[in-house]
Design a protein around this ligand. Structure first.
Ligand code: ZN
Length: 279
């Protein structure tokens, strides 16, 4: 088991599990759906802005103006091991990127991580479990549905280890880094090719985080292979093959398994974010 206990930093994790989506839809004007489509979606599902808007409308018509739920169901109250894990991993990414930014005379803005189950409202629309873990530049937050980790295991055969889960968080943190460095421009639309570059760079940034964690002696044995196999399991080619039986590189938004593993490894072996471009 990786020695997460040695991490003393605590990231900003907001636990919305067991609260239902309703309260996050209250005052739902000005919902920005488009950012979800730019390839931040970890699973590589193509979710169009229309789809996201549909989800919003469905929730609103289902729920009408019913009272919002502002308290968690009792089973989620208090910090469980999953929440503590997310806090520590996020905290360690804060340490890594604060140092990198400081070396470049920049100040790193720490992201928030919202833990949810089933659906919650994000600054980019409704974050459902179908969308998968993603980063929303609009509110600088990572949205993580805890059911994703089970899916990662059962659908793609990745190890269900904590290092693989930490890689997912570190990848989304990579998007926060990109956001602060201006990678997303003004509108959310990106070509598939640009999207692949953005995703591979986020994988490489996750590798840079893993490098710093390795220096701290957090990983034991060959645990890093969990992250590498998770990166391979979510390549567009493997996902498409599983979903439709063939692959179509033109439609890729995240890169092939081989590309994703190579990008992560480049960051992990060098520890240098400056090498995380030009894939
Ligand atoms: Zn991503």
């Amino acid at each position: 088991m990786a020695r997460w206990d040695e991490i003393t930093s605590v990231g900003d994790v907001e636990d919305r599990r067991g609260m239902g989506p309703v309260s996050w839809l209250a005052g739902g004007g000005g919902i920005i759906a488009i950012l979800i489509t730019i390839g931040l979606n970890f699973l590589g599902l193509n979710v169009s802005p229309g789809t996201v808007q549909d989800v919003v409308n469905n929730f609103q018509s289902l729920n009408g103006s019913s009272a919002s739920q502002t308290e968690q169901d009792p089973e989620f109250r208090g910090a469980d091991s999953y929440e503590v894990f997310a806090q520590k991993v996020l905290g360690s990414t804060n340490d890594t990127w604060t140092q990198v930014f400081a070396r470049n005379n920049l100040t790193y803005q720490e992201p928030k991580l919202v833990l949810s189950r089933d659906a919650t409202q994000s600054g980019c629309g409704v974050a459902t479990s179908q969308v998968g873990p993603h980063f929303c530049p609009g509110d600088a937050s990572i949205y993580l549905d805890e059911t994703f980790f089970d899916e990662l295991h059962s659908k793609y055969g990745a190890d269900k280890g904590e290092v693989a889960q930490a890689y997912v968080i570190a990848h989304e943190v990579g998007h926060n880094v990109q956001s602060q460095l201006g990678a997303f421009g003004q509108n959310g639309a990106a070509s598939n090719e640009e999207s692949v570059q953005i995703e591979l760079q986020a994988d490489c940034y996750a590798g840079v985080w893993a490098y710093s964690i390795k220096q701290l002696g957090i990983f034991e044995g060959d645990e890093i292979n969990q992250a590498i196999s998770a990166a391979g399991a979510v390549g567009d080619d493997r996902i498409q093959e599983a979903a439709q039986g063939y692959t179509n590189p033109e439609s890729w938004t995240h890169g092939s398994s081989e590309q994703r593993v190579a990008a992560f490894t480049r960051g992990y072996e060098s520890g240098k974010p400056g090498l995380c471009s030009g894939f």
